[in-house]
Design a protein around this ligand. Structure first.
Ligand code: LLP
Length: 423
């Protein structure tokens, strides 16, 4: 297997003559020395550049989908770089507000927002609420908080199912999200929202899926949405998130600019008026490639004629994606980043189940040994945010590196943290 493809590493990654990896001007092995393993290492310049690219591509309405990776530092960074922030629960709302993101720069999502969540959002003055069900319309009606006049988008299901490499049209949408265009539910919801005092319907929202490589899926989305949208005369249309990223050798994803250009062209072709505010909610494409996860190799087990197991000190608790979705990752040793990878191995974690696999068929340098630091690239999205304490394994810290300095933006958990909630 060839050396690790350079484009899978964060923007500021450099490889020294001896093969050692630096990110943000920080030597990764030095970081490990100081902060231990496992750890998420994010390239701050990379994060900022992706946020700026999103704003350039879409304008200031573009929201960072914080479910991909959220902590105070990340919410603040996205806001500083001009993005709005999409939160999909009261918890995400709480963190974004605690980070100092002004409420009017927040978009609240969720298919089952509670009265408490809606009240918190309206009280805070969130910029947009994306309405997802008739029950939610009832709740907003009942709330009718004095003086508040929240702006809402209606989430609709265009009946376009996006798959990573294809899309299919579904006559009948089968999803828990949004209102069906085909069944007339979307029209009924528009009518109800327009009659509701104290709520301003300003646009439509749709999200067709995640990790999408084919821009045609978005064309199809616009085609279906525009027919309905154009009749309503509303000022905003949000196309959701979903732009894919390359995780492994050989994958290539469209850029943010290509994505936005495709949507703009499709909208123009479908007669969506020029002055409509088009926006999107990228999550993965902002953060995924900005980070690597570093682990320490604890055991190497050669099972003759079967496979080699390389066990690291994390696993499905810091990256459940391989277990959940069969997602693929690359792996490498930051001490010899561009070494040839001749050892075929299965990288596993330390959890008490056989399914705890990080990389099923990894290629690693042949001289790998116990004690080595091993890294997986492109772990910035849906890793930390979906991390757990399974087996009471401590969640790793998050480091932001920039200009030779590392700051701990989320500290490593301690055993005491594990007892914090016990009565
Ligand atoms: N907007 C809405 C309404 C969403 O539901 C999502 C993702 C996004 C935006 C952001 O999508 P992105 O740009 O990140 O594709 N845990 C899965 C991904 C779940 C995505 C859920 N919704 C994974 O690890 O692949």
């Amino acid at each position: 297997m060839p050396r690790l493809a350079r484009h899978l590493l964060p923007d500021t990654a450099t490889i020294a003559g001896d093969g050692r990896l630096s990110i943000g001007g920080c030597d990764v092995l030095d970081l490990v020395e100081q902060h231990g393993t496992p750890a998420f290492v994010y390239d701050e310049a990379h994060l900022r550049s992706r946020c700026r690219e999103a704003v350039d591509a879409w304008g200031p309405g573009v929201a960072y989908a914080s479910k991909a990776f959220l902590c105070k530092a990340m919410a603040a960074l996205a806001h500083e770089e001009g993005m709005s922030v999409d939160v999909s629960t009261g918890g995400e709302l709480h963190v974004a507000l605690a980070a100092g993101v002004p409420a009017d720069r927040l978009v609240l999502h969720g298919n089952n927002k509670s009265v408490v969540e809606l009240t918190a959002a309206v009280d805070a003055g969130v910029g947009r609420i994306v309405v997802d069900s008739f029950d939610e319309i009832d709740r907003l009606d009942a709330l009718a908080i004095a003086g508040a006049n929240p702006q809402v988008l209606l989430r609709v299901t265009p009946g376009v199912e996006a798959h990573t490499h294809e899309y299919v049209m579904t006559g009948q949408e089968d999803t828990k999200f949004g209102f069906s265009l085909a069944s007339g539910a979307a029209q009924e919801a528009v009518d109800r929202l327009r009659r509701l005092p104290g709520v301003q319907l300003v646009g439509l929202h749709a999200h067709i899926g995640s990790q999408i490589f084919l821009l045609d899926s978005f064309r199809k989305e616009v085609e279906v949405l525009a027919r309905f949208f154009n009749r309503l005369g509303l000022p905003e249309l949000c196309l959701g998130g979903g732009l894919g990223v390359a995780y492994v050798e050989g994958e290539q994803a469209p850029t943010m600019m290509e994505w936005a250009a495709t949507v703009r062209e499709s909208c123009a072709a479908m007669g969506v008026p020029d002055d409509v505010r088009l926006s999107a909610e990228p999550g993965r494409s902002i953060v995924a490639a900005a980070a690597i996860t570093v682990y320490r190799v604890g055991t190497v087990k050669h099972l003759p004629e079967i496979r080699t197991y390389v066990a690291v000190d994390g696993g499905m608790s810091d990256n459940p994606r391989p277990v959940l979705y069969g997602s693929g990752y690359e792996a490498f040793l930051p001490r010899s980043t561009d070494a040839d990878r001749t050892l075929r191995a299965t990288i596993v974690g330390k959890h008490c189940e056989s399914g705890d696999v990080l990389v099923r068929d990894a290629w690693l340098p042949g001289d790998l040994e116990v004690g080595d630091i091993l890294a997986t690239p492109v772990t910035g999205a849906y890793g930390h945010s979906m991390a757990s304490n399974y087996n009471k394994v401590l969640r790793p810290p998050v480091l932001f590196v920039r200009d030779g300095l590392a700051r701990v933006v989320v500290r490593r958990e301690t055993y005491d943290d594990l007892l914090r909630l016990d009565a």
